[in-house]
Write a protein that binds this ligand. Structure first.
Ligand SMILES: NC(=O)c1ccc[n+]([C@@H]2O[C@H](COP(=O)([O-])OP(=O)(O)OC[C@H]3O[C@@H](n4cnc5c(N)ncnc54)[C@H](O)[C@@H]3O)[C@@H](O)[C@H]2O)c1
Length: 450
């Protein structure tokens, strides 16, 4: 088929690359000329495993191309897939300006029968609204479907190729048959679920809300584990082995972030309220998460007291491993608080430093975790990168000014760190201190010298 993808961000690029690899002729359009230029020249790198190569192979094979000329891309396509962003607006509601603008361009340029697919995450009823907007502007025959995307940052290509399910939100048989044809190579592992467009839109929000709920649920118990001497990791295993519950999204963490979960749960709250329904559960999920992200500064204070002029190494800046996205990450919150308190921040991440630099241009960005930790009063770990799992604490012990590790991901064996003289406090585990039970004993060496 001849496809065009409107919006070549994370979702659009993966979608375009994966469909082109199946032999479809795909044109990816974007209004960001710089992005398109980089893609055309294959001068881009994605953190997504396999994506950079997949794009290059299909561009070279002549099946995948990039353009800023959205009208031309649309005009030559049998299927047009909308992948533009739907960010949270200033009023807290999803901002649908970009998707409306893209729909307008589609309406003005489709030629002959076209299937329009809404892949962006949109509030319930948006696909219908877009249908009306497009039919008001064109006499050309078209149909519209909602096909939400569920890929995860860090495993996007694999998730696209082997989805748990493909949701085909269709209000007519023709759209469903076209979607079935489009996805025939990708529905071996999970079903193609035929639902109406409204249900499809809601499935996306409900799925993200369920993930967020599980994370906030476990984070609510993580503090209890710390106080009672239980282990949140083992707790998650024990709970997740129940086949009615399953193991996913149960890890105690520094709080969820990224460009999707926080905005989607707020959009769902907004939709519930708009319909006069009870949104308390979802408000609680959001509020627990905000508290979790805000709690790392308190943890630091409980060990170090006043943070002014203390050097703090923040290792892991993205909202999760495998992604360079720092949006709503625990690190953004913590670094903002540390700056307010007058601390000196040394930050490191294997992928996300450029993005963080746009938020905090004036902190120190270190070459590696060891440089960041030199002279630090505490090392705080917030992202579960493999490179951080392999930290050499023997070396770090010789660099820091105070042997204290706060671990938002529970990556390390407390006994090993304790043996190396580190006090260790991980989310969801009781702290292991040099003198147990007494956080104040983890005192900065500057204090003991004075
Ligand atoms: N990123 C994810 O992991 C993920 C997963 C599932 C669903 N989603 C949803 O998918 C949608 C896209 O997300 P994303 O992360 O790819 O966004 P993104 O911000 O990375 O990319 C969107 C792209 O659309 C382009 N664009 C905006 N208006 C345009 C227009 N009129 N014509 C052409 N291009 C236009 C932008 O320049 C940008 O490059 C959002 O609704 C998001 O919530 C994202």
């Amino acid at each position: 088929m001849k496809l065009s993808i409107i919006g070549t961000g994370n979702v659009g690029l993966v979608t375009g690359a994966c469909f082109s690899a199946q032999g479809h002729e795909v044109r990816c359009a974007d209004i960001d000329a710089e992005k398109v230029d980089r893609l055309q020249r294959l001068e881009f790198h994605s953190e997504e495993p396999g994506l950079t190569d997949l794009v290059a192979r299909n561009v070279e094979a002549g099946r995948l191309s990039f353009t800023t000329d959205t009208p031309a891309a649309v005009a030559g396509s049998e299927v047009v897939i909308l992948c533009v962003e739907t960010p949270q607006g200033e009023d807290g509601k999803p901002d649908l300006e970009r998707i409306r603008a893209a729909a307008q361009t589609i309406a003005e340029n489709i030629k002959g029968f076209t299937l329009i697919v809404v892949k962006s995450t949109v509030p319930v009823g948006t696909t219908e609204t877009l249908r009306k907007l497009i039919s008001a502007c064109t006499e050309e025959p078209f149909t519209i479907a909602c096909n939400p995307e569920f890929l995860k940052a860090g495993s996007a290509v694999e998730d696209f190729r082997e989805p748990d399910r493909v949701v085909a939100g269709c209000d007519d048989e023709r759209s469903f048959e076209l979607l079935r044809e489009l996805y025939q190579d990708f529905t071996g592992s999970g079903p193609l679920l035929k639902v109406d467009t409204r249900t499809a839109e809601l499935i996306k929000y409900a799925s993200n809300a369920m993930l967020a709920c599980r994370i906030s649920f476990m984070n609510s118990l993580a503090g209890l584990c710390e106080q009672l001497g239980a282990d949140a990791g083992e707790l998650a295993r024990g709970v997740g082995l129940d086949s009615r519950i399953g193991p996913g999204a149960l890890a105690a963490s520094p709080g969820y972030g990224g460009s999707c979960l926080p905005k989607d749960i707020r959009a769902l709250i907004d939709t519930l309220k708009e319909h006069g329904l009870d949104a308390r559960l979802f408000e609680a999920i959001d509020s627990v998460n905000e508290s979790q992200k805000a709690s790392h500064i308190e943890r630091l204070r409980s060990f170090l007291g006043d943070l002014r002029d203390r050097r703090i190494a923040v290792l892991g800046l993205s909202f999760k491993a495998g992604s360079a996205d720092t949006a709503n990450s625990a690190a953004v919150r913590l670094i903002g608080q540390l700056i307010e308190e007058g601390a000196e921040v040394a930050a490191w991440d294997p992928a996300a430093m450029e993005n963080m630099r746009r938020v905090f241009p004036d902190i120190e960005y270190s070459r590696d975790p060891y440089e960041a930790s030199r002279g630090a009063s505490a090392i705080v770990i917030l992202t579960e990168w493999d490179s951080l799992r392999k930290l050499d604490f023997q070396t770090l012990g010789g660099l820091v000014s105070n042997k204290l590790v706060l671990d938002g991901r529970g990556l390390f064996d407390p006994e090993v760190l304790l043996a190396l003289g580190f006090s260790y406090s991980a989310v969801g585990r009781p702290p292991t201190l040099l003198e147990p039970g007494c956080p104040e004993n983890a005192v900065d060496s500057r204090d003991s010298e004075s």
